[in-house]
Design a protein around this ligand. Structure first.
Ligand SMILES: *[C@@H]1O[C@H](CO)[C@@H](O)[C@H](O)[C@H]1NC(C)=O
Ligand SMILES: *[C@@H]1O[C@H](CO)[C@@H](O)[C@H](O)[C@H]1NC(C)=O
Ligand SMILES: *[C@@H]1O[C@H](CO)[C@@H](O)[C@H](O)[C@H]1NC(C)=O
Ligand SMILES: *[C@@H]1O[C@H](CO)[C@@H](O)[C@H](O)[C@H]1NC(C)=O
Ligand SMILES: *[C@@H]1O[C@H](CO)[C@@H](O)[C@H](O)[C@H]1NC(C)=O
Ligand SMILES: *[C@@H]1O[C@H](CO)[C@@H](O)[C@H](O)[C@H]1NC(C)=O
Ligand SMILES: *[C@@H]1O[C@H](CO)[C@@H](O)[C@H](O)[C@H]1NC(C)=O
Ligand SMILES: *[C@@H]1O[C@H](CO)[C@@H](O)[C@H](O)[C@H]1NC(C)=O
Ligand SMILES: *[C@@H]1O[C@H](CO)[C@@H](O)[C@H](O)[C@H]1NC(C)=O
Ligand SMILES: *[C@@H]1O[C@H](CO)[C@@H](O)[C@H](O)[C@H]1NC(C)=O
Ligand SMILES: *[C@@H]1O[C@H](CO)[C@@H](O)[C@H](O)[C@H]1NC(C)=O
Ligand SMILES: *[C@@H]1O[C@H](CO)[C@@H](O)[C@H](O)[C@H]1NC(C)=O
Length: 839
């Protein structure tokens, strides 16, 4: 045995070596000479992208105070527990100036600063105002991260700058100086080298416009990957840049995202392979294939910027091969701020190129922006293409700083981390699980293989796992044959539901690791043309959120219209509330699901320039994924010309959820969704249908019955018997108040979805605090006296049972529904869904 063991290990390693793909030449695009990442406040960490961050406590990167500092006392590191992202969790702060100093090589560098404005112990969130200087440049001046965060509705503020460092063995100092009576803080700092000619123009060359000389510092405003996904720092071409995959600034209503992952990009000497990562060039936005229409439109962007500076605008182009969009020659004019700047002619396939422009901001409304319009010129395809863009502010002298935005600060409370979504946590967990599995398989090979190679494999593993959670922001086209095979030729066994839109099947793609999906076969009555259908679908598939069921793709063949969605193994919310053989959900679980659903709806309402109204919010449209996370489904269907069928066949099912303002104003708003959501809140608490003809006259309509009970102070009468004793009195009071305001007759008295979500979060917290560590089965809260609840504002209408039945059974509801659909259709033709997401 003693002899065998080393031999066996050697043999095992040899075997693995043979099995692994040969380690060919280096596959990196660019390896930065300086690559410093400092997690301010405490210890070293490894981020979800496998990058090592060094700590700043007792390391080479510890900050120091200038020798003449007056008050040296409050030089602190603090851990925040309101955010999951490791970089932002710890902070370095001080009421006196401090400097991070590090030797670097000469040349252009990225400097990235990360801020999470928060109440850190006795340091109030709104009290931080400070100036940041790096080398001779002022990056930020009297900067309030809290004001900026509140202005852009984000919880964290990452900033990226570029500066060119000169000299022999230079030292880079980054100094944080608090304004009077303020403090300065920072959560993370990066210094990363970039290639000489990436953004800066080498002095001897200077042929590209504009010339970014070494005396200019840059600050990133926008960096977008169009038509594709977010590209995380670990996936960039070596410089840890983040490419945002959201379409924030498009002002053209109809654009088509395209992508082809299998094209290999042919880099050139003028566009070397570090310019952007492959994924940027493998996806793009185009206008489409309708020549008549294209000659009359632009692909337009409005890029918000600050006044008083010049900007570098870089546009990335690459003609990728796409069967259905003919990857042929494209010629188009680039307009910047309405000026005809250049004509771009792309005819070689898969060869990327970029163009840089110098631009000053224009006044647009009461903000300032740079306008970019691409206008098709006659060519083979009569189309335009744009794969990505970057916008940098150029320093004016040595200054990059702008004044703080004017905004009312949120009150000084411990704020939940709005952006630290569960995905980040889950991704982190998954990646470490993935790593554990992988490392146990790969074992000792680390010794033999380049660590770089390992990172690559690990990243790949992680990506596939993330994909399962959040599939790519892409719309796939399936063939009818594929769908037939996946659904066993639409067999009855595979049917998992029938909705107003048609039957839903469980589909399994055996060739793709048994990828399971839900396939919706639309009723053939749709009156929409194919091109329109495709455009609509492509746009719907852009709506991605952790709490929405994502559209994966579609099939349009043989007059069949099929939509392919993520499969939700735990079915509908309703299936776990009542009239079911499933075990019923606990109160806390129900609250968690409501929070998730509210968040999904809030995204639809406020994630875009114009709200997307769901129009059919109900417990059967809230699905549950494998982790019991709420996922809202069936949004956007009214745009697919399926409104008529939906409303007329679904009247009985969804009548109980309808906004009473339909009757008065025949108008659908976001507040209609809030009303329906309020009905859900009662359904969840009471464990019964919104309308139950068998419950008797008094209890027929859940909301009316509930309102009556609440007015009398009989709150406990309506509670689902399964929840009796499980709900703390505080929690119940808040919940009922929220539910009651949501179903207010007057939409103006109902809260916005965002408020509903926040309130629900708070309610969940109340319950969690009350429960402590007590297991659900052992909870037993006593019933406390309840003061009557009245919905504030509007009067409670006392609609009688008879009039309801009458409306339901007479033809009048069909009048309502047909009016409704007319209204919806007219809204549709005026384009109620703008897909440009707001910043
Ligand atoms: C990028 O280009 C450089 C130089 O042209 C080359 O050495 C390197 O292998 C290329 N990297 C990749 C991933 O193609
Ligand atoms: C130093 O602390 C003293 C007392 O706390 C204060 O009055 C003074 O303004 C501080 N000086 C600076 C530069 O912050
Ligand atoms: C922080 O804000 C709270 C509430 O506004 C205030 O009571 C407190 O005095 C502030 N603390 C400091 C150190 O300014
Ligand atoms: C810093 O900014 C705040 C708000 O934007 C302003 O009230 C304050 O006067 C500024 N302080 C300095 C020193 O400019
Ligand atoms: C932030 O949210 C507020 C209120 O919801 C809204 O008025 C404002 O336009 C939003 N700001 C941005 C930049 O999206
Ligand atoms: C950088 O900071 C260190 C220590 O604070 C100081 O000794 C040095 O002179 C500074 N260098 C420059 C170029 O400012
Ligand atoms: C890439 O470029 C090479 C030489 O320039 C050419 O032979 C090849 O066909 C190109 N590949 C693609 C996919 O366009
Ligand atoms: C192109 O768009 C125009 C205007 O919407 C429409 O009339 C025409 O039928 C479309 N052509 C094709 C080929 O889809
Ligand atoms: C630089 O700032 C000065 C003073 O604020 C201003 O007059 C000038 O127009 C700015 N230059 C540029 C290029 O924006
Ligand atoms: C993607 O590109 C590959 C290779 O360049 C090509 O064979 C394939 O047809 C393209 N896919 C689509 C959907 O156009
Ligand atoms: C396209 O943009 C240019 C520049 O803004 C503008 O002059 C032109 O009218 C636009 N064309 C259309 C069809 O909107
Ligand atoms: C823009 O200018 C170029 C060259 O002057 C011209 O060929 C092109 O037609 C112009 N584009 C438009 C849309 O007018």
């Amino acid at each position: 045995m003693k002899i065998l063991t080393p031999f066996f290990v050697f043999f095992f390693l040899l075997l693995l070596l043979l099995l692994l793909p040969p380690s060919t030449s280096q596959t990196s695009y660019y390896v930065p000479v300086d690559n410093i990442a400092v997690n301010c406040g405490t210890k070293a960490i490894t981020d979800t992208g496998d990058r090592k961050w060094i700590g700043d406590v007792a390391t080479n990167y510890s900050p120091s105070e200038p020798p003449n500092t007056v008050n040296k006392s409050t030089f602190k590191s603090i851990i925040s527990n309101t955010i999951s992202d490791e970089i932002y969790r710890t902070v370095r702060l001080s009421r006196s100036p401090f400097t991070y100093s590090s030797p670097v090589t000469a040349g252009p560098k990225f400097i990235r600063l990360y801020f999470y404005p928060e109440k850190y112990e006795e340091f109030n969130r709104s009290d931080a105002f400070f100036t940041v200087q790096a080398a001779q440049f002022t990056l930020l001046k009297n900067f309030s991260a809290a004001l900026v965060a509140d202005f852009i509705n984000k919880s964290v503020i990452p900033r990226e700058f570029c500066i060119h460092i000169a000299g022999e063995a230079p030292k880079l100092n980054i100094t944080f100086t608090p304004s009077p009576n303020s403090y300065a803080f920072v959560n993370g700092i990066e210094v990363v080298s970039m290639p000489e000619n990436l953004y800066y123009s080498p002095a001897e060359q200077g042929t590209t416009t504009p010339i970014i000389g070494n005396n200019i510092a840059l600050e990133l405003y926008h960096r977008k990957n169009l038509g594709g996904d977010d590209i995380f720092p670990s996936q960039d071409s070596g410089m840890y840049r983040n490419w945002d995959g959201t379409n924030l600034h498009i002002t053209t209503k109809r654009v088509i995202p395209i992508h082809n992952d299998s094209v290999s990009i042919n880099y050139t000497t003028s566009t070397p392979n570090f310019t952007a990562t492959d994924s940027v060039y493998q996806s793009a936005l185009i206008l489409g294939v309708n020549r008549t229409l294209n000659s009359k439109q632009n692909l337009s962007f409005q890029l918000p910027v600050d006044v008083g500076f010049n900007y570098l605008v870089r546009l990335h182009f690459c003609q990728i091969l796409m069967d259905q969009f003919q990857g042929k020659q494209k010629i188009f004019t680039v307009f910047i701020n309405n000026q005809n700047i250049t004509t771009v002619d792309i005819d070689s396939i898969n060869t990327p190129l970029y163009r840089d422009y110098n631009a000053r901001p224009m006044a647009v409304g009461n903000t300032s922006a740079i306008l970019v319009d691409l206008h098709p010129l006659p060519s083979e395809t009569f189309d335009v293409i744009l794969n990505g863009y970057e916008v940098f502010k150029q320093s004016n002298g040595t200054n990059l700083a702008v004044p703080n935005p004017v905004v009312a600060l949120a009150p000084e409370i411990k704020r939940g981390a709005k952006n630290s979504n569960a995905t980040a946590i889950i991704a982190a967990v998954c990646s470490s699980v993935g790593f554990a599995i992988l490392s146990s398989i790969v074992g000792f090979v680390v010794i033999w293989k380049q660590s770089k190679k390992m990172r690559k494999r690990r990243k790949k593993k992680k990506k596939t796992r993330e994909d399962k959670l959040l599939p790519e922001r892409r719309c796939r086209i399936f063939t009818f044959e594929e769908i037939c095979e996946a659904t066993d030729y639409f067999s009855k066994e595979r049917q998992i539901g029938v909705g107003g839109f048609g039957a839903v099947y469980k589909g399994i793609f055996e060739d793709e690791d048994d990828l399971t999906v839900a396939i919706k076969r639309l009723n053939p009555e749709s009156n929409q043309g194919e091109q329109e259908f495709v455009t609509e679908i492509e746009l719907l598939s852009e709506l991605r959120h952790f709490n929405l069921v994502s559209l994966i793709g579609y099939c349009l063949e043989n007059k069949e219209m099929l939509l392919v969605y993520e499969y939700m193994p735990n079915g509908t919310f309703k299936d776990h509330l009542y009239d079911t053989s499933n075990s019923l959900l606990s109160w806390r679980k129900r609250l968690e699901i409501c929070v998730g659903a509210a968040r999904g709806l809030d995204y639809l309402h406020s994630g875009f320039d114009r709200p997307i109204i769901h129009r059919d919010v109900k417990t059967t449209n809230i699905l549950l994924d494998e982790n019991w996370v709420a996922r809202v489904s069936d949004f956007g269907m009214s745009k697919l010309g399926q409104t008529n069928t939906a409303v007329s066949t679904a009247v009985k099912g969804t009548w109980g959820y309808l906004d009473p303002e339909y009757h008065r104003r025949l108008k659908v708003t976001e507040k209609s969704d809030v009303f329906s959501f309020g009905v859900i809140l009662f359904e969840v608490l009471c464990g019964r249908k919104p309308l139950d003809p068998l419950a008797g006259e008094e209890k027929f309509k859940l909301t009316l019955w509930a309102k009556k009970c609440l007015e009398k102070g009989n709150a406990y009468e309506i509670i689902d018997p399964h929840l009796k004793g499980k709900i703390s009195c505080d929690c119940l009071k808040q919940y009922l108040e929220l539910a009651t305001t949501c179903i207010n007759d007057h939409s103006k008295h109902r809260p916005r979805m965002e408020v509903v979500e926040e309130k629900l979060r708070f309610i969940l917290k109340l319950q969690e605090e009350a429960d402590g560590d007590c297991p659900d089965t052992e909870l037993s809260y006593p019933e406390e006296p309840f003061s009557p609840i009245r919905s504030s504002g509007g009067s409670l209408r006392t609609e009688s049972y008879k009039s309801h039945i009458a409306t339901m059974l007479s033809g009048s509801d069909f009048t309502v529904s047909s009016l409704m659909s007319e209204e919806m259709l007219s809204e549709q033709s005026s384009g109620s869904m703008a897909y440009s997401r707001k910043t």
